[in-house]
Design a protein around this ligand. Structure first.
Ligand SMILES: [Zn+2]
Length: 161
């Protein structure tokens, strides 16, 4: 995201040299810079900790299986967002959350922060945003995520630990 107008007062931003950052969009009225940024999101590989992974299908996102993902809310940590998204979308009780790596998703301009989330291997209760889900072994999960660049990198990173 690049700002052209001030998100606080609506004035057109000017470019101003700010230290090592170089020229940055700046509001002369509010006297503050508005740096370019990418929306921070979490992408969560849900595991039962015993070799199986929960993948979901969301028609509005993709025809393929995907990992649980969502935007980090204001005031929330990335870890809190990961636990919240998994609980909300799957209804599973979350045991632990661990950061793996970050990847930039150019098409959506999102910074995807990848987590492995360990949850109870119980019955899932899907949210309205999720069409279906299933627990899969590592090989099947790799196959199902083959069309999803970042989800596959996340799975590969976890499997190679
Ligand atoms: Zn302003």
């Amino acid at each position: 995201m690049t700002f052209s107008y001030c998100p606080k007062c609506g004035r057109k931003l000017i470019m101003k040299e700010i230290g090592d950052e170089g020229a940055v969009p700046f509001c002369a009225e509010c006297s503050r810079p508005f740096f370019d940024f990418s929306y921070p999101c979490v992408i969560c590989l849900v595991t039962d900790g015993a070799g199986e992974f929960l993948l979901i299908k969301q028609g509005y996102v993709s025809e393929n299986h995907v990992c649980v993902a969502g935007y980090i809310k204001r005031g929330e940590t990335a870890e809190e967002a990961a636990a919240r998204e998994v609980a909300e979308e799957t209804g599973l009780s979350v045991r632990s959350v661990r950061y793996i790596s970050g990847w930039y998703h150019e098409k959506s301009d999102n910074l995807m922060l990848g987590f492995v989330v360990t949850a109870e291997h119980g019955d899932y209760a899907l949210s309205g945003e999720v069409d279906s889900a299933g627990w899969f072994g590592a090989e099947k999960a790799r196959e199902l995520l083959s069309g999803s660049r970042i989800a596959k990198k996340l799975l590969d990173a976890v499997l190679s630990e």
